[in-house]
Design a protein around this ligand. Structure first.
Ligand code: NAD
Ligand code: DAU
Length: 373
């Protein structure tokens, strides 16, 4: 009985421990819920986007017994090309749909052990042009998923958030950590902050077993070419200039996407419910440093730089103190910035058709609106 109560309150006990114990028959049904630590059925939302698709690849490779249902609305940022190599894998199922669709979400949540919520409108510049979808998906969509998790037996819920909820830092400020007060400054980060608050509220009010991770800037394969890295790499491949906002002195902390996936995986299996984990790359760089490095590696020169109008409310600096996840779960980034950048450039060089398809569509309208050309 003690084991049983502990499982219900903590929700997380290592399967290895349970494997060694023979339980009375009447507990068998409940014990089965623990098996998800070993062969989990995961609902991934937003799995056709950049980080979600990398996460699905990561899990299916690492855990042969896990199953994944990927719910994605296939907005402009969702791309099934990211997952075509696993489309016939019997452990993987794709469902096209919106996280705001209550009935659909409820049906899908019934049948899984855990939910990992990546689905979001994710690009700051788009949120400045029009924030409505950000509030809808990021706030209402998360609310909807939380409701479904609560109404279907308090399912384990991991929410992917961002360091942008903390606002921004001056050059000498200490890094963000789990205790930093929220102070979002763009419609995107305000919508993500709202969703984080909802997730925490469901933990306190309903005992929903949640965790949240707030991660710094990711880069790597399958990143949509509206964001700094892929935009600059692909513009240079097309012989175009790279549009640097303001003076290029804003600072971001960069993490290779696979390292982010490893951190999420650890939190999912070993994290303590109700907790937040900050994830960072220990790689603070100014945009100008990055721009110059990309230009050099692509064999171009600084005449490729074009200074353009600054982003309104442009956050000055992000930096993450990830000592909590390092201490508690043993996570730290494995891929150095130099290696990650090389790998990323190689990937875009080897996958021209992937990004050319994107850049030839709706993207051109967005580019004209954002950069005035
Ligand atoms: P992305 O824009 O590449 O992908 C978002 C995915 O969500 C797309 O596949 C899209 O189709 C899907 N989606 C959007 N609205 C939906 C809806 N209503 N219903 C179902 N699916 C929907 O984003 P990303 O860069 O992969 O970011 C994923 C998550 O990670 C987001 O929550 C983002 O806030 C967070 N995050 C991103 C970064 C980063 O550097 N990219 C860093 C930290 C946190
Ligand atoms: O910090 C985590 C966040 O990182 C995530 O939550 C967001 O989803 C993700 O988009 C990213 O947000 P940023 O705004 O930091 O990323 P972006 O790639 O848009 O911009 C990185 C920096 O580069 C930023 O200081 C703005 C600058 N920039 C960006 C673009 C697109 C330019 O100078 N020129 C550009 O054209």
């Amino acid at each position: 009985m003690f084991y049983f109560r502990y499982m219900r309150t903590k929700h997380f006990i290592r399967y290895t421990f349970f494997d060694k114990i023979t339980f009375p028959r009447k507990f068998k049904k409940n014990i089965r819920t623990l098996n998800y630590l070993k062969n989990m059925k995961i609902l991934v939302t937003g799995g056709a986007g950049f980080i979600g698709s990398n996460f699905i690849h990561y899990i299916l490779k690492k855990y042969p017994e896990d199953q994944i249902v990927n719910l994605d609305a296939l907005t402009y940022a969702g791309n099934l090309e990211n997952l075509k190599d696993i489309s016939d894998d019997s452990r993987y199922k794709f469902v096209k749909g919106d996280i705001c669709d209550k009935d659909l979400v409820n049906e899908l949540v019934k049948d899984v052990d855990v939910i990992v919520n990546f689905a979001a409108e994710s690009h700051v510049d788009r949120s400045i042009l029009d924030g409505e979808n950000f509030v809808r998906t990021n706030v209402l969509g998360t609310f909807n998923l939380l409701e479904a998790a609560k109404n279907n037996g308090n399912k384990r819920f991991h929410h992917i958030s961002t360091d942008e909820v903390f606002g921004h830092l001056g050059p000498n400020d200490p890094c963000f950590n789990e205790s930093t007060p929220y102070s979002p400054r763009s419609p995107y980060s305000a919508s993500k902050a709202s969703s984080d608050h909802l997730v925490r509220a469901y933990f306190h009010t309903y005992g929903l077993p949640v965790t949240i991770s707030n991660c710094s800037n990711n880069y790597g394969p399958f990143m949509f070419p509206e964001k700094l890295f892929p935009l600059f790499i692909t513009n240079l491949m097309e012989g175009k200039k790279v549009p640097v906002y303001g003076d290029g002195m804003n600072v971001r902390d960069w993490l290779y996407v696979e390292d982010h996936c490893a951190a999420i995986d650890l939190i999912l299996r070993k994290g303590n419910v109700g907790e937040t984990y900050c994830i960072g790359g220990d790689a603070e760089k100014t945009n100008m440093e990055i721009t110059k490095k990309i230009i050099e590696l692509m064999g171009k020169d600084e005449s490729s730089i074009e200074y353009v109008k600054d982003r309104p409310g442009h956050d000055k600096r992000y930096a993450i103190d990830f000592s909590k996840i390092k201490k508690e779960l043993g996570w730290e980034p494995k891929i150095s910035f130099e290696d990650g950048l090389q790998k990323t450039i190689e990937w875009y060089k080897n996958n021209e058709s992937w990004w050319k398809n994107i850049k030839s569509g709706e993207y051109q309208e967005y580019y004209a609106k954002q950069y005035g050309k």
